[in-house]
Design a protein around this ligand. Structure first.
Ligand SMILES: Cc1cc2nc3c(=O)[nH]c(=O)nc-3n(C[C@H](O)[C@H](O)[C@H](O)COP(=O)(O)OP(=O)(O)OC[C@H]3O[C@@H](n4cnc5c(N)ncnc54)[C@H](O)[C@@H]3O)c2cc1C
Length: 397
């Protein structure tokens, strides 16, 4: 039996579940499907910058996250070898970041969507996007009982990540494309405490970081330029551990710690996709993918979910045409993320900061408001212009 929904959302993680929750809270009929079951992990580290934390607070979910014992992160440090810039990444209202395991965060988001009234089908793989007269009208897929099912909706939303089945079907325009720039790997350690600090080490052609997460563990993440991917993948462990000796004190600490997991990793192309068309929309990584080095993906997915829910609410209430509100959605998204996208692609080259940037960093070293502004800019809390203005004020005349 087919049942009509206002929205069918494919993908129930950082983009899909909040979108489902927000639409269901507005009284719309929502179905969310995911081939995964929850809780489950996905290939991703999980720094949630303060802007993402603020979204959880707005949605009434932050207390649930803090109740899981996830340690708050009050300081981002950037060790450039000869000096370190350390500051607070947040604002007075949202002063901390978190690094919640995706097993915890994604389940929390999914439960909130269910509570809001969205229908959830876990273990449901979408095999086909149903199209009629050039318009997306539904999905066809298979649930855990193996039977093929078709469902229809006014809008089908791909919150289905980089290999989006919706994007594959509708073939949206891709723009601002850049090839993969970096190979990134990560693993978890016990006995390597990083009390409230997210530490980044910046070295020529190398970058790595340590971040405290659930259960007393610390996740370490690091990488090298994409051109070394093929060569280095023959010995991921050796190459990964060699990173840490570029910061000898840290390397020493890691040798005394215990590695708790296998290595996971990814290379990531960079692109924007047109995020809407007749009967369909894309949110999260499905619509805009960038290298993970600046850890923007989760908060970008949250932003997309919030903006897309607001746009679709207007459409479902019959106030404005889908094409008009979604054109605004696209414009706003692109405007909001483009500066960080360019910065991300630049950082992902792992080339040393340009000389004028190095001079500026040396000038702000020790000036706490300017170092906070640097941390805030890297978190995406303030813009590069705002940081520039604060840094210019901090430099000796
Ligand atoms: C190595 C690495 C490290 C990262 N580190 C960070 C970080 O520290 N901080 C940060 O903010 N971001 C980070 N990111 C990015 C972040 O993981 C993504 O931006 C984020 O997961 C996007 O969420 P999403 O909901 O759009 O997509 P996803 O998390 O990819 O979820 C998509 C969902 O769709 C489902 N799906 C797909 N196809 C189908 C189908 N046909 N049928 C049914 N279900 C389907 C999948 O099962 C999946 O559950 C990292 C990424 C990588 C690769």
């Amino acid at each position: 039996m087919e049942k009509n929904y206002d929205a069918i959302i494919i993908g129930a993680r950082c983009a899909g579940s909040p979108l489902a929750m927000l639409l269901a809270r507005k009284g719309h009929r929502v179905l969310v499907v995911d081939r995964a079951t929850f809780p489950s992990d996905t290939i991703s580290t999980h720094v949630l910058h303060p802007r993402g934390v603020a979204a959880l607070a707005r949605w009434g979910l932050l207390d649930r996250l803090t109740a899981t014992g996830c340690p708050p992160i009050h300081t981002y440090a950037f060790d450039f070898g000869t000096f370190t810039i350390a500051g607070n990444p947040g604002t007075a209202e949202t002063p901390v970041a978190y690094c919640p395991r995706r097993t915890v965060l994604d389940k929390l988001l999914l439960d909130a969507a269910a509570e809001a009234g969205a229908e959830i089908r876990e273990g449901f793989a979408v095999e086909k996007i149903v199209m009629e007269d050039g318009r997306v009208t539904g999905i066809q897929g298979r649930g855990r009982n193996g039977a093929s099912v078709t469902e229809r909706a006014r809008v089908v939303i791909g919150a289905d990540g980089r290999n989006s089945v919706v994007a594959a079907a509708v073939r949206p325009e891709q723009y601002n494309e850049r090839p993969p720039l970096l190979a990134i790997y990560y693993t978890y350690w016990s006995g390597l405490p990083f009390d409230g600090r997210f530490v980044n080490w910046v070295r020529p052609n190398r970058g790595f970081a340590a971040i405290p997460t659930h259960d007393g563990l610390t996740v370490t993440v690091g990488g090298w330029p994409y051109r070394e991917f093929e060569q280095n993948k023959r010995d991921i462990e050796g190459n990964f551990l060699a990173l840490f000796d570029l910061a000898p004190e840290f390397g020493e600490r890691v040798r005394r710690a215990k590695r708790e997991t296998q290595f996971a990793g990814a290379t990531t192309p960079n692109f924007f996709r047109q995020p809407y068309g007749p009967g369909w929309a894309l949110v999260g990584d499905a619509g805009y993918l960038r290298d993970p080095i600046t850890a923007q993906g989760i908060q970008d997915a949250f932003r997309d979910a919030e903006r897309c829910a607001a746009a679709l609410d207007i459409v479902f209430r019959g106030e404005r045409a889908f094409g008009d509100v979604m054109a605004e959605f696209q414009r706003e998204r692109d405007q909001a993320v483009l500066p960080m996208y360019k910065m991300t692609c630049q950082i992902a080259t792992l080339e040393p900061p340009p000389p004028e940037m190095q001079q500026m960093l040396q000038a702000i070293h020790g000036n706490q408001p300017a170092m906070d502004a640097w941390a805030q800019m890297n978190a995406g809390t303030i813009s590069q212009e705002e940081f520039g203005a604060i840094a210019a004020g901090a430099q000796p005349v």
